[in-house]
Ligand binder design. Structure first.
Ligand code: HEC
Length: 187
């Protein structure tokens, strides 16, 4: 399985490359209009050809239907939260991937990021969904463990959602609430 936890570094590297290519294309387009009279060197020609291809590829992949609809199915059950504080912290740190009340960000509309976001939300909900409490086969009993070991939230989530960062005190309180709501070793 090439997909385990989070996204493999080569995917992130690929995104970075696409981003740099697009940024380069924009800059070069500006330069090209400014220096139209001068003959362009061959190297610049081939670079701009590749940039054009990358931009076209980025446009073409927007046609792929996967990742376009952002389903938030109805809430059919709620866990027995030990407190409102735990429920609220969960909603802001974990809720985007483990509830049906996902706040889909704008970039979840742009392929290929939309594919990754959709995949993570659907996969996260499949493992553990507080909006479908009572549904069998949930990994809720691992909630405390994955927060303690900092496996969750997935590593790329925090830089994109600084509001989900917890202070040591908030974290300790959250862990306590989680362990009361989702006792370890039961499901
Ligand atoms: C960016 C989306 C995302 C966020 C945010 C997130 N998770 Fe997950 N979570 C996933 C995905 C995807 C899986 C399933 C695949 C895996 O295990 O990596 C998962 C799996 C789990 C599991 C099942 C056990 C396991 O390791 O497979 C638990 C329990 C869990 N998450 C708890 C949490 C808790 C608690 C938070 C908040 C502190 C959280 N997650 C935040 C995406 C997320």
């Amino acid at each position: 399985m090439f997909y385990t936890r989070g996204h493999p570094p080569f995917l992130m590297a690929a995104f970075r490359r696409i981003f740099l290519l697009v940024a380069g294309a924009v800059r070069r387009a500006g330069e090209a209009t400014r220096t139209r009279e001068k003959p362009r060197p061959k190297f610049a020609m081939s670079v701009s050809k590749w940039i054009l291809r990358a931009v076209l590829l980025l446009l073409v992949i927007q046609i792929v239907p996967y990742g376009r609809d952002h389903p938030n199915p109805p809430v059919t059950g709620q866990p027995p939260w030990d407190s409102n504080a735990t429920r609220e912290t969960f909603a802001s740190v974990c809720g985007d991937c483990h509830s049906n009340e996902t706040d889909w960000p704008w970039y979840s509309n742009v392929a290929p990021v939309s594919w990754l976001v959709t995949h993570d939300v659907l996969d996260g909900r499949k493992h553990f969904n507080v909006s479908e409490w009572g549904r069998p086969r949930q990994d809720a009993d691992e909630a405390v463990e994955v927060v303690r070991t900092e496996e969750m939230p997935l590593w790329f989530y925090l830089p994109l959602h600084p509001e989900a960062r917890l202070s040591p005190t908030q974290r300790a309180r959250f862990l306590e609430g989680l362990s009361k709501t989702f006792p370890e070793g039961e499901s």
